[in-house]
Design a protein around this ligand. Sequence first.
Ligand code: SF4
Ligand code: SF4
Length: 403
Amino acid sequence: MKYRKMGKLDWEVSALGFGAMRLPTTRIIKRADYDESIRIIRRGIDLGINYIDTAYMYHLGSSEKIVGLALKDGYREKVKVATKLPTMMVRKSEDFEKFFNKQKEKLDLDMIDVYLFHHLNGSEFQKVKDLNLIPKMEKLKEEGLIKHIGFSFHGTLPEFKEIIDGYQWDIAQIQYNYMDAGIQATTEGLKYAHEKGTAVIIMEPIKGGFLANPPKEATAVMDKSSIKRTPVDWALQYLWNRPEVAVVLSGMGSMKMVEENCASAEISGVGSLNEQDNAILEELADIYRNKILVHCTSCKYCMPCPSGVNIPQNFALLNNAGWISKAGISNKVLQFMIKRRYKLLAKTKEQLQQKPNTGNASLCTQCGVCISKCPQNIQIPDELEKVNAILGEKKKISDYYSS
Ligand code: SF4
Ligand code: SF4
């Protein structure tokens, strides 16, 4: 494992961090698989990972519990643990202590190394200030219950700069990958935070797995390089090549992912990509940008939907359909299979009772409660309407999305 500077902090962090938001799940009812999750987290630590990132909301509340269990038997001493206050669920000042105590109990730790405000943007930061939550974080620090203070971010560049300038943060966690370098905090924000001494942590390095599945023309572009890399390795090396990046979090859901990503981290470093590699990455970004219909990263922040719609699953199916159609693959079988998978999702209340949270887009009542939860600012009900029209009602993709 390679280790990197963690901003102005006095410890080094593994190039790869373990994101505990996409842990392995059980087969039939998709709940986090405790045993397998613990096994892969420990394997990552054995391979040198020393940073684990979880949050109150991950895996509908069970991620913190799993991380706590994985850190028994001598693993706690080997890692820094980060978790996040669910800022979006904080309504009044006292909620802060309520959530922190619950999180500490689930993690079963005396001290949490990094406590972040989850999902800040301009308005959430205003709430943090109005409710005086930063002094509450500082109090926890004085009491030795947390070590470092940070925030994770989904907003615009001006909002990011305002937040960075608003406090002496130890850590800022941003969504960044070679396709998204121009959105949210952007490369400019990454550099801005770094110059202020804030350690910048990267999330969504593979864009929710999207960059792991290249279409044919992207593979052809990757093949131009003299060094053979997997699509995931390309995405990770892009980030480690940047001096401003501290740690790259990967939400790993299998032993294979852990081992492959650790092997990638092993050969990582600033300056490890040459000019040709950077040109390849730019070409790849253009190809992907041209193909994605809905920029959903499967973070599941919008879940559960009160009507049982599986929002990310519906968008994944639509993106797959778009992928095939825009790639010009005249594969009717693949298109048929995607539509069939859509039809297999629940479309009645009775079916939902058997399989909760597996509904298709037709169940969306347009209530709108999911919209503000989406860090990608997707107009979820509008997009779901299109999903149902395309996958459920034989409308064409080109009726809704330009090519
Ligand atoms: S708008 Fe649709 S998808 Fe969103 S929460 Fe309401 S019913 Fe669910
Ligand atoms: S729709 Fe938005 S909130 Fe829901 S999974 Fe996709 S990116 Fe996350």
